[in-house]
Design a protein around this ligand. Structure first.
Ligand SMILES: NC(=O)c1ccc[n+]([C@@H]2O[C@H](COP(=O)([O-])OP(=O)(O)OC[C@H]3O[C@@H](n4cnc5c(N)ncnc54)[C@H](O)[C@@H]3O)[C@@H](O)[C@H]2O)c1
Length: 332
């Protein structure tokens, strides 16, 4: 059996509870890969991970490797092949007597976490490690972490796969087709309500989803806000943020990076811009991606961007630039 080291922060959180069994079940890294799992938590919570580990053992997966818990990020990411950065501080939490409501405060607090984590990853994880940031604000957390890691062989992603899955589900429902009929779903920009879930380049049975649905009013006034605000709608309905679907999207992202993308399809994640589609270089930006047969992840080029899409892409780019400005002290 091959062996892989995987670290997950926020190991005692609700996303992790859905995520962890699927990382060691053979589903994500293959039937013939043993997964050593390091769970990382803040010191106040790390003891709880013993219970999580007991449950993971009790799942009885034959791919289960060594399971460990730590509050030391350096120990957690040592020699890691994959690192899933799920842990972060949610909006509304009280820090030093102050309730954190402002996005700029949230950016700074989480930014502090991601500087330490990025630096540990750069120094101690494998030089070809892959890192998926799930904790919000995911794109800017990834920007901070990647900058701090400063290890060019490592590849950083921020998660937009949940947005892509949400968008596919809505298009399939409207067109009355199976969800598997919807492919090439690109999420442009930030994992936030400014994202652009591209209905023109998405395909339904190989034809542009916009053409198949042929209802501009629905696309602009129902579909877009529904996908962009879906996270909030889940919180309102459930009293907690998306967890099972977020864990599922993280698994989808790892699998998409680990195996070649089908011809004519794409997967969605945010990666460092190389200037493609006019996005400033270095921003962690949601793009349509493909994994080629050598295992390299590329931004798909040559996608048609109409005026409406360009306006949306400009808005989400602007938001990411503002987020970058808000954390500039953490990037130097
Ligand atoms: N990108 C996406 O699509 C997406 C979707 C859903 C949720 N999220 C985000 O994922 C994050 C986690 O969500 P959740 O529902 O599991 O939250 P949760 O509050 O249930 O769990 C978060 C866990 O992270 C831990 N944590 C905090 N700081 C840490 C640190 N420095 N090191 C290690 N662990 C740390 C906390 O102790 C907690 O156990 C949130 O930021 C949420 O907004 C992202």
């Amino acid at each position: 059996m091959k062996e892989i080291n995987v670290a997950v922060t926020g190991g005692a959180g609700q996303i992790a509870y859905s995520l962890l069994p699927r990382l060691i079940s053979g589903e994500t890294f293959g039937e013939d890969t043993k997964v050593n799992l390091r769970l990382v938590e803040i010191p106040q919570v790390v003891d709880k991970l013993e219970g999580t580990i007991m449950e993971l053992i009790d799942c009885g997966f034959r791919q289960t490797g060594e399971l460990t818990a730590t509050s030391d990020i350096k120990e957690g990411v040592k020699d890691a092949d994959w690192i899933l950065l799920v842990g972060s501080i949610p909006r509304g939490i009280v820090v030093d007597g102050k309730k954190i409501e402002e996005r700029s405060d949230l950016l700074k607090i989480n930014g502090g976490i991601f500087t330490a984590q990025g630096s540990a990853i750069g120094e101690f994880a494998k030089s070809d490690a892959k890192i998926l940031v799930v904790g919000n604000p995911a794109n800017t957390n990834a920007l901070i972490g990647k900058n701090q890691a400063n290890n060019p062989g490592q590849q950083w992603f921020a998660m937009t796969a949940l947005d892509a899955n949400r968008a596919k589900a809505q298009l399939a429902k409207k067109a009355e087709v199976e969800i598997s009929a919807v492919t090439n779903m690109a999420i442009w920009g930030n994992h936030s309500p400014t994202m652009y879930p591209d209905p023109n380049n998405a395909l339904i049975n190989g034809v542009s989803a916009s053409e198949v649905i042929n209802d501009k009013d629905w696309i602009e006034n129902d579909y877009l806000p529904l996908v962009q605000q879906r996270g909030k709608a889940v919180i309102d309905a459930r009293g907690a943020s998306s967890a099972a679907s977020a864990a599922n999207a993280a698994i989808d992202t790892v699998k998409a990076v680990e195996s070649p993308t089908a011809e004519g399809d794409c997967f969605s994640a945010a990666i460092a811009s190389d200037g493609s589609y006019g996005v400033p270089e270095g921003l962690i930006f949601g793009y349509p991606l493909k994994t080629n047969s050598d295992g390299d992840v590329e931004i798909i080029q040559g996608i048609e961007i109409n005026n409406f899409a360009q306006e949306k892409i400009d808005v989400t780019t602007q938001e990411l630039l503002e987020e970058k400005e808000a954390v500039k002290d953490l990037l130097s």
